[in-house]
Design a protein around this ligand. Structure first.
Ligand SMILES: NC(=O)c1ccc[n+]([C@@H]2O[C@H](COP(=O)([O-])OP(=O)(O)OC[C@H]3O[C@@H](n4cnc5c(N)ncnc54)[C@H](O)[C@@H]3O)[C@@H](O)[C@H]2O)c1
Length: 316
């Protein structure tokens, strides 16, 4: 049974994946290029947990107001019962203490699963897998959180390629329950089943985590569809059929989406949407050609929320 999890890369995804495992009681060993980055990742985990606690602190009052809006007058005892049952206190220090900052790959060799979440560059990941071959034994699964790169190529650089797999979390993992499990050509069935059952046993802040298996093809399941949705939405505006706001309202109110395609594009980052479209264009053909407008927005630095301007404007 896997009890220790290694995470390499303490950026946006690595630190959030560390949070999910620590939240579920695993011992997590977190590594980045230096200790400053690891500590920044752990500070991010604390902020995520503080935000979650604030959200939970607000729950009892919201529930009391909801009941009272329905015309029911609650007694003080009933209100206190609601506060007691809904006002859950997290052991934030306890969760953080499950995360151990590490300086060397050797300290990760004790882990049953190591997930890399370093920069999205094939050569960087290939080099990392090659380097890790001399640290990990045959009992360690080495997974990648890549959204678009070849795990088969990474595995070709690793000593135990049957232990390599993509475990693709969504951003942010503490609220998004889906995890795509994608084997390399070389991946053993034991690795697939271990990854699948490990993820099935996790909870995030909202829900049970849900693994789905997919084959190694650009975008797997979700991103292949979502990116095309954004692409199609831009075309609808370019053709003068509707404006951004109307498209977003349409998809939220008519299709039940939590975010419209333009809101989603701004959230993900338009540079990322553009890069992914270009790679899907290579893999799947003309349907994924990035629109001129998107290209120009990227050149102009209108990248969405992170730059304060994308399809919409944001105050920082
Ligand atoms: N951001 C997303 O929405 C998202 C969603 C799913 C998957 N992913 C994937 O997750 C991975 C990480 O993405 P991110 O958004 O967290 O990136 P990020 O830039 O926020 O973090 C990457 C981290 O990796 C560290 N790093 C780089 N090379 C390293 C090395 N050799 N050893 C140790 N640490 C190293 C960096 O210092 C940085 O802290 C990528 O493969 C990306 O495709 C990202």
């Amino acid at each position: 049974m896997i009890e220790k999890i290694g995470i390499i890369g303490a950026g946006a995804m690595g630190s959030s994946i560390a949070e999910v495992f620590a939240f579920n009681g695993y011992s997590v060993y977190l590594k980045d290029q230096n200790m400053e980055y690891v500590n920044r990742g752990i500070s991010h985990v604390r902020k995520v947990l503080d935000d979650y606690q604030s959200y939970m602190d607000s729950m009892p009052d919201k529930e009391i107001k909801r009941i009272e809006r329905n015309g029911i007058e609650l007694t003080e005892t009933q209100k206190n019962t609601i506060k007691k049952n809904l006002g859950k206190q997290l052991d934030i220090d306890g969760i953080i203490s499950n995360i151990h900052p590490v300086e060397s790959y050797k300290e990760l060799s004790q882990c049953g699963l190591v997930i890399e979440a370093v920069f999205e560059k094939q050569e960087i990941k290939n080099d990392l897998f090659r380097e890790l071959s001399s640290y990990f034994g045959e009992n360690t699964i080495l997974a990648s959180n890549t959204s678009s790169l070849s795990i088969t190529e990474m595995a070709a650089n690793y000593k135990y390629p049957e232990n390599n797999i993509i475990i693709h979390f969504f951003n942010p993992p503490y609220t998004m329950p889906l995890v795509e499990i994608v084997p390399a050509l070389q991946t053993g069935s034991k690795t697939v089943e271990t990854a699948y059952s490990l993820i099935s046993g996790l909870r995030n802040h909202r829900d049970a985590m849900v693994p789905v298996k997919a084959k190694e093809r650009s975008g797997f399941i979700v991103n292949r569809i979502l990116i095309q949705l954004i692409n199609e939405a831009i075309k609808i505006v370019e053709e003068g059929i509707a404006d951004e706001k109307s498209v977003d309202i349409g998809m939220k109110k008519g299709a039940g989406f939590p975010m419209g395609p333009f809101e989603l594009g701004d959230y993900v980052g338009l540079d990322i949407v553009y890069d992914v479209l270009k790679s899907f264009n290579k893999a799947y053909g003309d349907a994924y050609i990035p629109p001129e407008r998107l290209k120009n927005m990227v050149i102009a630095g209108y990248l969405g929320r992170k730059t304060g301007k994308g399809f919409y404007e944001y105050t920082k």
